[in-house]
Design a protein around this ligand. Structure first.
Ligand SMILES: [Zn+2]
Length: 113
């Protein structure tokens, strides 16, 4: 499962950050997942549950925030919410759209103790 390896890399990032902060416990992890990131939120939630076991973030509350993907049309500059990479521009029907938001996955914030 794709999400499991993502979850493991998130755990690595969080672990490093927690070490930097000299913390013994992570109580909250906030993740941002773009709607075009290719990550399924439910699968990621499950993968996070599995991968945080026996770590400093074992009891952490994992919050996943979905970020809507946005694109701008290269032809007419129309800015719109895009649901698939193959969506045409709703304004001019063009297919040369540049997705500028929503393909990312990132650790937004951490609460450490
Ligand atoms: Zn357009």
């Amino acid at each position: 499962m794709h999400e499991l390896s993502i979850a493991y890399s998130i755990v690595e990032i969080v672990k490093n950050e927690a070490e930097k902060a000299n913390s013994i416990k992570v109580s909250e992890i906030e993740l941002v997942v773009g709607t075009l990131s290719g990550i399924e939120v439910e699968a990621l939630e499950f993968a996070m549950e599995v991968s945080i076991k026996n770590s400093v973030m074992e009891d952490a509350k994992v919050k996943i925030i979905q970020k809507e993907a946005m694109a701008v049309c290269k032809k007419c500059n129309f800015d719109f919410a895009i649901t698939s990479l193959f969506d045409p521009c709703p304004e001019c029907g063009g297919f040369e759209n540049e997705v500028y938001q929503g393909q990312e996955m990132l650790v937004k914030s951490l609460v450490v103790e």
